[in-house]
Design a protein around this ligand. Sequence first.
Ligand SMILES: [Zn+2]
Length: 477
Amino acid sequence: MSDRVRRIAEEKAARALRLACHRRAVVAALLATWPADPFARTDAEWSALRAALSEGCDNATIRNRTRQITAYLRVHGRLPAGLCELEGPPVVARQVSLAAADRQQVVVDRDDRIVRVWSKLPVCAAPVSYRDWAWHAAEVVLPPAVPAGVKVCTPTLRPRDGRVRVDLPWQTPHTPARVDGHTRGLGVDWGVNTLLTGTVADLEGGCVVVDGRPLRFDATGVSAKLVRLRRHREHLNTKADHLTRLRDGRPAHADPALTGKLARLQAEHAAVCARIRHLNHALAWSAARWLVDHASAVGATVIYVEDLATLEAAGRSRSLNRRLSGAVRGTVFTAVAHLAAKADIAVVTVPARGTSSGCPRCGTAVTHVKTPEGRVAGYRWAHCSCGLSLDRDHAAAQRIAARGLTNQTKTRRDRNGQAAIRTATDTPVRRRAPTPKQTRPAPVKTSRLLPLRRPGPAATRRSDCCRGRCRWCRSAR
Ligand SMILES: [Zn+2]
C-alpha cells in the first residue's frame, strides 16, 4: 500500500484521537471536581470546575457529560476511572477523506458544472503492487444551488445504499460581518407562544429604544402536526415492542404472519420518522428565512439571539421542550447564521439567563399572568409593578436586544467564527413615543348577519326592507 493511502488512514485516526483527547480532558476535570449534588453545583464548585476545564468548553458539554457520569454512578455504584471506562471504543464512519492525500493520489478537475474526481483506487481486494492500483474517475454534476465561480475542494467519499456518495465542499470568499458599532438590531426570543418573537431596537445616545411592535413567526399549525406525528410514532413504537416480545417468546418461524406484521410496522415507523425530520427541517429554514428577511427590511445590521447552550440552564418551561425539540432550535440557529452571513448581518448570542423573568423597563422580576383576553391557556403575559403589561416573549425579545446592543464591545468570535457575548449587563428599554395616527371616522354599526326570517310584514317597496340584500328581496326581484 502506498504512503498516501496510509496518510489518509492516519489522518482519520488522528481526528478520532484528537476528539478523544478533548473528551478525556473534560471527563477528567469533571471527575476531579465531582460535587456533592452534580445538578446543583455551588458557586465555589463551579469556579473550581471552570478552572480545571480548558477554555471554550460550553455548558451543554458539561451538562451532557455530567449526566453520563451520573448514569454510570447509578449502575456501578462508583465513579468511573476515566473516559475509557465511561464509554466504549469510538465508532468511525466508513469514509475516505481524500483531502489528506496529494495530487499523486487525487486530482479534481472541473468543466463548468461538471466536476471530475480522479482517484487511484485498488482493482482487487488485497493489492500487493503498483499494478493493482488504477485511476478511477467519478463525475459529479454540481447542483443548481452552487453558484458559478466558486472554488471546489477535494471531496470525501462514503458508501451508502450500495453507491458511493461524494461530499464536495466548495469555497467562496466572504468577510464576516462586524460585531460592534451597530445602532439598529433585532432581538429574538425562542418563544413559548410562538417559535420566534422579535423586536427592532435602536441605540440612541446610550439608551435602547424600541417601537413596541412585535414580530412573530407563528408555527402553530406545523407544531400541531408535529405533535400528532410524534404521538403516532410513539404508538407505533409501543405496538412494535409488544410484537417483538410476542415473537421472542415463540419458537423460531412459528408465526410468519407476526414477522410480516412487525416488518410493516417498522417500515411505517421509519416513514413517520422521516416525515418528522423533513417537517422540522422545513420549519427551521422558513423561520430563519423570515427572520433574516425582516432584519434586512428594517435595516438592522445585527441579530441577537439567546445562547442555546445556556437555555436549558435558565430553567425554561417543559412545554417548550416538548413542543420544540432542541434539535429544531439548533437547525434554526444554523440556518439564521448561514442566511445572515449572505445578507452581511451579524448573528450574536447573548446569555439566556433571566431574559424572560425580568422587566425590560425597570429590571425587577415580572409576574407571568394569563393574557388579557384570557382565551389561550398558560401564563403568556408579563406584568410588572412599574406598569409594564406585555406578551412575555415580546418582553424577553426587548431585553435580549438591549443586552446585545449595550454590550457590543464585549462581543468575541470563537474559533468557529461564532460571535458571542458571554457576560452581559441589562439596561432599561425605552419605548419611542407613538407617531400620531390619522383620525378615521367612527365605523357605522351594522348587524353582522342578514336576517333569515322576515322580521315584520312584507315590504311593499325594496328600500323598506334591506335595499335588495336579503333573500326576500332577491326572490322578489
Ligand atoms: Zn418594570
